[in-house]
Write a protein that binds this ligand. Structure first.
Ligand code: ADP
Length: 911
């Protein structure tokens, strides 16, 4: 069909070129030289055979068909050529770093991406290495990214980029550390602070003082909707605005007010790394500045410095150079300051200090949101998010910087040369600093595989097991734990070292401002970070304080940590030697996983051989491996190879085959038996071991993982939401009744869930199920760190979907009908494959959340009824009355939270 359309179009267009009678012939003959092969092919096919005078013998009625056939052939060949060209291009692109720029309108980004040597994808390709979006991106999109990808926004950044959020968070921080957070002009948020503002005005009047205020839309930009007020009594009470004290004495240049657009890059939030670009824009107003008075208060060209406002003034000067006109460079501004004897270094120290302090306020929010999106991401991995922020800073006459606002999508428009010069350098340096490498993709796949294998062969670390442990096992477990921590620290330190090295070589015009090289400053920032966590995440403050010390204040060097690991290993060996003889028959230790060789099955005589095996089997890049290899011949390196191979980062083969040559006791059916037979009590040579097929291993791992998912599903199916004071059966009956009379209950439950409960409480309801699911995973998969399980990552996506739009996601699940529930699209859109059992687990989780909501609702309703009536008669009446009303919700929030905690305690798995 399309071919037909295409060829008729070709013919008509060719015909229109020449209206002569022989137009087809003429056209064809002119094309003949280009397409001689095609024409001859056509001649063979023609009715007259391959004769030179073929065309003159063609009957007129056949001539059109003949032409069409030729054109068809040409189109076909064109298509073929295009396809092969596309294929070559695709192939070429496959070997290039790709960028998805479909979400940005700025050409300078495309130019810089190509300048660096990346290939720009034609469409919205979600698998590109680099994704650049002008607007903010959904958390789902960030969750779906593979670790080698980078996207230019962090989740949670709105906490400092929306004007009202910035004001609220700054106020909270100013309460905790007032002397450090005094760089934002005093701000109030409307409508909530309306009365406070009115009282403040009265106070000013009483003291015969006058001030100017600037009122801005909470989520505004580019100067839209901004006005200045002398008297706040006139401001509208109901609008979503912020009111800010106006900085009345700004520093002026040539008599004009200006502000600075400063660019800041965050390459990672876990740990936080912040860079300041050493140039930017100075945006001048276009009417000479006068202190605000009634007669000039509405002169926007005088009081606002936005380019978007001032470009409309006839006096706006498009600068030909970097130090003239209405837009100038920050470099030229620095020169101006120097010429006028200002302390430029001090100003920039203060500005960078202000930026870091602001991002310290943002960090708890960003880190939390980021970890929610990327559960289980390795602590030493690269961040998938980065962000270029535009800080708008006003300088007053005392050279004090004031933070006006932060833009998460600063303009990359290049209306003027100065824009291009600064922004192109900024983008180029940003991309270079991200250190995107072609090899990341492959490396990442290998790392994921290794991680999966490591997880599967890790011994149980359940706390409850300690009761069954012998003294020896307890000690060993504690040393093991310590060693794991040290190894993680070692990886972090190594990663930090290599990252810093890369940054120093590739930072271009960026200066790193956090972490700071200045020890005193860094100490202050650590203190402020702790204060930020205490302020914004008080529940997790203690654990975060520890993490902060570990990440930002670690004083141990690589060699120190390696010594400490060596100490652990020597402790371990000594402990083993002294305990080995004392082992009493029948003493119970932690049960090893079926696939784990237990330590007492390692005959000492095989050590040499094992060491060799481990050497060849360990990935050369494994930091653990390198750590133990750095002391060749030491007790530790020998011991490390005798221990659980998977923990030591060895190839999983060594976890499958005991060092003594015996295969593990229970691997997959079929293959495991043949391996057992082959081993048959004999030792496997190294070569035999290395011949253990990778596919076989992958199969075994997959089978084991599938089995664990099946068990998870079983446990989830067995799980019930407890109704306080009622049996499971009674709870089931309540749920049945609610579902049976759904039409009746629906509006009440909707009003309860969507209106009465706030988003924190809605999250708490879903968290009841989440914490129980985590417990199930811990039990079933025998891991403490469930966040690292891919299956939990999958569940997390479901929970996030249910929490979507503050719990609207869960409510939608009640409404969805048909073959596929709405939440299931999170998987159909993703490239990850989800099998039926996994999907059933997710379905069960959704059901549990629905049940949980209904039970919480019913519980709240009953509690309210009980509190309203003493005797049964009254109770009945209340029930009747309340049934006719939509609100069955207890009004007291204090009691609500108590009830939640009761539900927490009583909700448990029956598995
Ligand atoms: P928008 O996001 O709409 O650009 P801003 O907060 O950046 O809003 O304010 C716009 C302009 O108004 C600034 O560039 C600055 O010139 C001026 N301005 C904003 N707040 C103040 C203030 N508190 N004191 C003095 N001038 C201000």
């Amino acid at each position: 069909m399309s071919a037909g359309l295409k060829h008729s179009t070709s013919v008509s267009s060719l015909a229109s070129m020449d209206k002569g009678t022989n137009n087809e012939d003429i056209t064809l003959s002119s094309l003949h030289s280009h397409y001689s092969r095609r024409t001859s092919a056509n001649m063979v096919l023609g009715p007259g055979g391959p004769s030179s005078g073929y065309q003159s013998h063609v009957r007129p009625e056949n001539r059109q068909r003949q032409t069409d056939m030729t054109m068809e052939r040409m189109d076909y060949d064109d298509d073929k050529r295009q396809r092969s060209q596309a294929k070559t291009k695709r192939k070429k692109r496959r070997n290039m770093i790709t960028a998805n720029l479909s979400g940005t309108r700025y050409d300078v980004i495309r130019q810089m991406v190509e300048h660096i040597g990346f290939s720009v994808a034609k469409d919205d390709d979600p698998t590109c290495f680099l994704i650049w979006n002008d607007s903010f991106v959904s958390t789902e999109k960030i969750s779906d990214l593979k670790p080698y990808q980078r996207i230019n926004h962090f989740p949670g950044m709105g906490e400092v980029t929306r004007k009202d959020n910035l004001a609220r968070n700054m106020m909270k921080m100013a309460k905790a550390v007032p002397e450090e957070y005094n760089f934002v002009p005093r701000t109030w948020i409307l409508p909530s602070d309306y009365n406070i503002i009115q009282n403040y005005m009265k106070d000013l009047k009483a003291h015969k003082k006058s001030k100017t205020f600037i009122v801005k839309p909470s989520n505004g930009a580019q100067g839209h909707g901004i006005s200045l007020y002398k008297n706040l009594e006139k401001i509208p009470a109901q609008e979503h605005f912020i009111v800010q004290e106006y900085v009345e004495k700004p520093l002026l240049m040539d008599g004009y007010k200006f502000d600075l657009r400063i660019y800041v890059l965050i390459t990672s939030c876990d740990p936080l790394r912040v860079f300041l670009f050493n140039d930017g824009l100075v945006r001048m107003s276009t009417e000479k500045y006068l202190p605000p008075a009634e007669n000039n208060i509405s002169h926007l060209f005088m009081h606002l410095t936005n380019y978007s406002v001032n470009k409309h003034n006839e006096f706006y000067e498009k600068g030909a150079s970097l130090d003239a006109g209405s837009k100038r460079s920050i470099k030229s501004f620095n020169e101006y300051l120097r010429r006028n004897d200002y302390d430029v270094a001090l100003l920039w120290r203060n500005i960078s200090d202000m930026i870091v302090k602001t991002l310290i306020v943002a960090e708890p929010h960003i880190l939390h949101a980021y970890r929610m999106c990327r559960p289980g991401a390795p602590a030493v991995g690269d961040s998938v998010c980065f962000e270029v922020l535009g800080f708008d800073v006003l300088i007053d006459r005392k050279l004090r910087p004031w933070l006006l606002e932060i833009n998460r999508s600063p303009s990359f428009g290049t209306d003027e040369k100065i824009d291009f010069d600064i922004k192109s350098a900024l983008i180029e340096d940003t991309i270079r600093l991200l250190n995107i490498k072609m090899s990341d993709k492959k490396k990442n796949m290998t790392a994921q595989k290794l991680e999966a294998q490591k997880r599967l062969f890790r011994p149980s670390k359940r706390v409850s097991d300690t009761a069954d442990m012998t003294e020896y096992d307890k000690k060993r477990a504690s040393i093991e734990r310590r060693k794991d921590e040290l190894k993680e620290l070692l990886s972090r330190v190594k990663k930090a070292g290599s990252r810093e090295e890369y940054e120093n070589r590739n930072r271009g015009r960026f200066i790193r401002i956090f972490p700071s090289d200045d020890k005193v400053r860094q100490g202050k920032y650590i203190h402020l970070l702790e204060a930020a966590y205490s302020t914004f995440m008080s529940g997790r403050a203690t654990s975060m304080h520890k993490e902060i010390q570990l990440i930002y204040n670690n004083k141990l060097k690589e060699s120190d940590i390696m010594d400490m690991i060596a100490e652990c290993e020597s402790d371990e060996q000594q402990g083993r030697l002294s305990f080995e003889g004392k082992r009493v028959a029948g003493t119970r230790g932690p049960k090893p996983l079926a696939s784990m060789p237990s330590s007492d099955q390692f005959p000492g005589t095989d050590r040499e051989e094992d060491e060799e095996e481990s050497e060849s089997a360990s990935p050369p890049s494994s930091p653990y491996h390198r750590g133990s290899r750095s002391r060749p011949g030491s007790v530790n390196s020998r011991l490390s190879n005798n221990r659980t191979p998977s923990i030591m980062g060895s190839r999983p083969n060594s976890g499958m085959v005991q060092p003594g040559g015996r295969p593990m006791s229970s691997v997959g059916p079929g293959q495991s038996r043949s391996l057992s037979r082959q081993a048959g009590g004999q030792k496997l040579t190294n070569i035999q071991r290395s011949n253990v097929d990778d596919n076989f291993l992958t199969n075994v791992i997959r089978e084991r993982e599938e089995e664990l998912v099946r068990r998870t599903l079983q446990a989830l199916n067995d799980m019930r939401i407890k109704f306080p004071g009622k049996s499971d059966q009674e709870a089931d009956t309540i749920l049945d009744k609610l579902y049976e009379n759904w039409k009746f209950h629906k509006p009440r439950i909707a009003s309860y869930w969507l209106v009465k409960l706030d988003s924190i409480k809605r999250r708490k309801v879903i968290d009841i199920v989440r914490s129980n699911v985590r417990a199930v995973l811990q039990r079933t998969w025998r891991v403490t760190d469930v966040d690292s399980l891919p299956v939990y990552r999958m569940f997390s996506r479901v929970f996030n979907r249910l929490l979507w739009s503050h719990g609207q996601g869960l409510w939608n699940c009640f409404a969805s009908s048909g073959n596929q529930a709405s939440w299931e699209t999170i998987f159909s859109k993703s490239s990850d494959t989800v099998d039926e059992v996994e999907l059933n687990c997710c379905r069960r989780i959704v059901q549990l959340c629905k049940d949980c909501l209904l039970i919480v609702y019913q519980f709240a309703a009953e509690a309210k009824n009980a509190s309203q009536g003493g005797d049964r008669e009254n109770e009945a009446q209340v029930t009747q009355r309340s049934e006719s009303k939509p609100s069955l919700i207890p009004p007291n929030t204090q009691t609500m939270s108590q009830r939640y905690s009761k539900l927490y305690a009583r909700t448990e798995s029956t598995s």
